[in-house]
Structures are given as structure tokens and as C-alpha cells.
Design a protein around this ligand. Structure first.
Ligand SMILES: [Mn+2]
Length: 500
């Protein structure tokens, strides 16, 4: 891109520059400003991205960027790092330095083009660009003459570690790139850091190193309107994926097949793929909360539980549905299912943002409601201890760029407008004669993604995953093939005698 064209686009008041799908340059700018305005003059923020991570020799996993880096600048390629320096004299109140892989014609043959220095400056808005190879020396310089506190999640204050190790960033030894799965970290940085952090910097001041994630988590906890829109897309895509899976379900089909339908459906709708390894659990496999083997066949008369979500433009959805393999719940399956559904719907109603509600308070309420439901169904009082076996997990978690988003934010935090959470109660009845026969070995979970209600919605929560059917009548119609994502199939009309 030429300077002329780029400048024209940036300056035009009629044109919003989109850095990543759905997110403007202004949005990224305001995220960085909100972070840096909290920090004192001279503070330095260091956010390393990820390098490629390897399954085995030379075989890498699909690249997934470190989400704090993605949140702050949108750069989605390996071996990059963002440095922000608080400087009130700068135009935005901070200086932005992007460390990227320099463009390299020889490497492009293998790896394709990279954003390079030009892209980092013009597209992502860096004030200054440097090669990722210069990052260790840069960190060394900052540590030896700190201008203020350093905020990072690198292990700079625990010297024995090689600080870039967990980042998988590769620098300074490109020849090893295709030869080894070991991370090509420049180990010479270790003794340097050891000296710096154990003794004092050259100016006689020890650098103050603080964790960065808690600060960024506070920003990420409440989703902007643009983020909510992307999460709605992630929810819609995965919800429609559930319709597709339900439509393909029949006795004899494999758990693996349903997982494949989901992945295909999400990718065909524009998602990067599934957000995590899905749980596709037929029958009693549903009693294993993190069942991911997904290699059994589905049997007539059983349920299948699927926990799966999509990743769209860096945002995740996380949905669980449970449905009958043959399209019709048995009486006991339906009773158990409707008990979970009632509790789930009640919990969703509590996500209003104008009450003193927390994830933990919803969990306590869900636990008690499920205990009442089970006591009624099984005809005896179910104690709390027994209940914690029938419902062994939490009702939900924060959701966003990560499936378990902002995990350092406690579940005792009051829910506020714009936060996004999952609501996912479940019941898992062991194969034991302590329970009436039709309930044994049945596992059910229903999970939706919820935006906590705001003034704009009259404090009503918004369900981002509304496309995934969950009412019994809807689920049975979709699994039975009457209602699909593309067409309505009417049951065949009975042939009239004599009609030709
Ligand atoms: Mn979840």
C-alpha cells in the first residue's frame, strides 16, 4: 500500500479503518489508551505474542495468538511482541513499539508474507518497529535502566527461567526453524537477566516488575458493542452448527461424525474453526465431564451430549446441548432434561446487571434448584453431599477471546452490563440402583452464552447462542428431520387410496 492511499484512508472522516474483522483502529487505540492512562509516566508494558507451537518434529499446530497481544493490537502472526511506554508528551499518551519478523524473501517461500515493519506501522499503528531478534536486548536495556515500573507476564523477576520460553517466540536462529521442534530461544539472555534482577541496574535502581494480566483482564471483562457483535456471530455460527449436528443424528452414527459435522458447519459459516476440542458424548460417556475421545457409536434410546463452540474473529462461543439419538426423549430422559432446562432458564434470568448477582451466587441457587428437582424426581430428599456428585461443576465462567476468559477475575465479582458469561447447569446420574431405572447413566448439560443485561436492554440478559434449539419440542423436531437449517421438511402426507 502506498503512503498516499493509506493516509487518505486514515484521515477520511467517512471511512473507519478496520484492523481485524469488526474491530476498528479506534477500538484498538482506545483499549491501549485505557490501559496506559492508569500507569505512571515512564511505565513500560511488554506483551510478547506466541510463536508456533509444535506437536512433533517440524509439525506445528495451527497458530493461535496470545490473546492479550491480540486484544491490544490485533497482530495475528507468530513471533511478535508489543511494547507500550507511558509518555504524556506522545500524541496518544503512550508510545507503541511493535517487534515483528522483518520481511525476508527467502523465508516467505516457506512461511508466506508477514506484516513486516511497514505493515506494523501503517496498518497496526506502531510508532516504532523493530525486529523480534532485538527483543531480548531491548528487555535487557529496559531492565538495566528502567524509566518506570515494568508490567509484563514474562518471568523477569524469577531469573532462572528463560523469559521468552513460555512464549515459544523464535528469534536469532532462523536456520533451526524447520529442523527442530525445540524452541529457538537465545539462551544467552538467561545469565544477563540473572545478573540484572539479582543485583541492581546500572543506574543503581532495581526494576519494579509487575504482572500485566490483572490490568488487561479488567479491560477485557466488559465487552464493547463491537465485541458483543463478534461474540453474537460466534454464538450464531455455533448455534447453527448444533442444528446441523442434530439433523445428522441417528442411531449407529459416530460421536466422531457429529464432531466433524460441527467443525465443517462452523468453518463453512466463516469461523476459524472450533474454539476447543469438543465433547461429543453418547450415552454414559456424558458422565465424564471432559470426555473428548469421541470415538464411540451412538445407540438407539440414548442421549448424546455435545459441548462445542466456534472461534470467530478472535472471539469464542461455548455451547452445550443434549438430545435423543433417535429423535424422541423417553419419559425419564425428558423429565431430567426439563429439570435442567428449568434451572438453566431461571439462572439466565438472573444475569441482569442491576442486582447483586455473582457467578457464585447463581451457582448456589442452581445447586439448590437442582437439588429440589432431583428430590422430586427420585422421590427422596437428596442431600448436599450426594448432590455434589450429581452436579459436580460450576454453573458458568467468563467468556470472550478465551473460552475461560479473564480467569484471574474471581466468580465473586458482581455481574455488570456487558460482561459475557456461560450458564451451564447439568445433571449426571450414575449407573447405580440408588436411582430409578430410567434415570441411570443419563448425563445432561445445557449451556448458553449470555451478555449481562444493560440499561439498553432494560437489564434483560441477551442470549448469544439462541440458534441452538433447547426446548424439547424444538429439539425433537430438528433431530427428527422436520426442521433444519436450510429447509422445512413436512411429514409425508398419507397416500389417499385410489389417488393416481
Ligand atoms: Mn463452558
Amino acid at each position: 500500500m502506498s503512503h498516499h492511499v493509506t493516509n487518505f484512508l486514515f484521515e477520511s472522516q467517512y471511512f473507519v479503518l478496520v484492523v481485524t474483522p469488526g474491530l476498528s483502529r479506534e477500538e484498538y487505540q482506545s483499549r491501549r489508551s485505557r490501559l496506559m492512562s492508569q500507569l505512571s509516566e515512564g511505565s513500560v508494558v511488554i506483551v510478547p505474542g506466541y510463536g508456533l507451537r509444535y506437536a512433533t518434529n517440524g509439525i506445528f499446530y495451527p497458530f493461535h495468538q496470545q490473546t492479550n497481544l491480540l486484544y491490544l493490537c490485533g497482530v495475528d502472526e507468530p513471533d511478535c511482541a508489543l511494547v507500550l511506554v507511558r509518555s504524556k508528551a506522545s500524541e496518544n499518551g503512550y508510545k507503541m513499539i511493535l517487534f515483528v519478523r522483518p520481511q525476508d524473501k527467502k523465508r516467505e517461500i516457506w512461511d508466506g508474507p508477514k506484516i513486516g515493519f511497514e505493515g506494523a506501522a501503517q496498518f497496526f499503528g506502531a510508532d516504532e518497529t523493530q525486529s523480534i531478534d532485538a527483543l531480548p536486548r531491548y528487555i535487557e536495556a529496559i531492565l538495566s535502566s528502567p524509566t518506570g515500573p515494568i508490567y509484563t507476564d514474562l518471568a523477569l523477576s524469577s531469573p532462572p527461567a528463560t523469559p521468552l520460553d513460555e512464549t515459544y517466540i523464535r528469534h536469532g536462529s532462523s536456520s533451526k526453524l524447520h529442523a527442530s521442534n525445540a524452541s529457538a530461544i537465545d539462551t544467552s539472555i538467561t545469565p544477563i537477566l540473572k545478573n540484572l534482577t539479582l543485583t541492581k541496574g546500572r543506574r543503581g535502581r532495581s526494576p519494579v516488575v509487575q504482572k500485566l494480566t490483572p490490568l488487561i483482564s479488567e479491560l477485557r471483562l466488559v465487552k464493547s458493542p463491537a465485541e458483543q457483535e463478534l461474540m453474537r456471530k460466534a454464538g450464531r455460527i455455533a448455534g447453527r452448527g448444533f442444528v446441523d449436528m442434530m439433523g445428522e443424528t441417528k442411531p449407529g452414527i459416530g460421536e466422531h461424525d457429529l464432531g466433524a459435522v460441527m467443525e465443517y458447519s462452523c468453518k463453512r459459516q466463516g469461523a476459524k474453526g472450533l474454539g476447543y476440542v469438543p465433547v461429543v458424548a453418547g450415552g454414559e460417556n456424558a458422565l465424564v465431564i471432559h470426555y473428548v475421545v469421541n470415538n464411540q457409536l451412538l445407540s438407539d434410546g440414548t442421549l448424546v451430549l455435545v459441548d462445542a463452540g466456534a472461534e470467530y474473529a478472535g472471539y469464542a462461543s461455548d455451547i452445550t446441548r443434549t438430545w435423543p439419538v433417535n429423535g424422541k426423549f423417553t419419559t425419564q430422559q425428558r423429565q431430567l432434561y426439563e429439570a435442567v432446562l428449568r434451572v438453566q432458564q431461571d439462572c439466565i434470568k438472573r444475569c441482569t446487571g442491576d442486582n447483586d448477582v455473582t457467578l457464585d451466587s447463581i451457582q448456589n441457587d442452581a445447586f439448590e434448584m437442582l437439588r429440589e428437582e432431583c428430590s422430586a424426581l427420585f422421590g427422596r430428599n437428596i442431600g448436599r453431599r450426594e448432590m455434589s456428585q450429581l452436579y459436580p461443576h460450576h454453573v458458568g465462567h467468563w467468556l470472550g477471546m478465551d473460552i475461560h476468559d479473564t480467569e484471574n477475575i474471581p466468580r465473586t465479582r458482581k455481574l455488570e452490563a456487558g460482561m459475557v458469561i456461560t450458564i451451564e447447569p447439568g445433571l449426571y446420574i450414575p449407573h447405580s440402583d440408588a436411582y430409578p431405572e430410567g434415570f441411570r447413566g443419563v448425563g445432561i448439560r445445557i449451556e448458553d452464552d449470555i451478555v449481562v443485561g444493560s440499561k439498553e436492554t432494560g437489564f434483560a440478559p441477551v442470549v448469544l447462542s439462541a440458534e441452538a434449539p433447547k426446548e424439547v419440542i424444538d429439539v425433537e423436531a430438528v433431530v427428527g428431520g422436520l426442521v433444519g437449517r436450510r429447509k422445512i421438511k413436512y411429514p409425508q402426507a398419507p397416500t389417499r387410496a385410489g389417488h393416481g
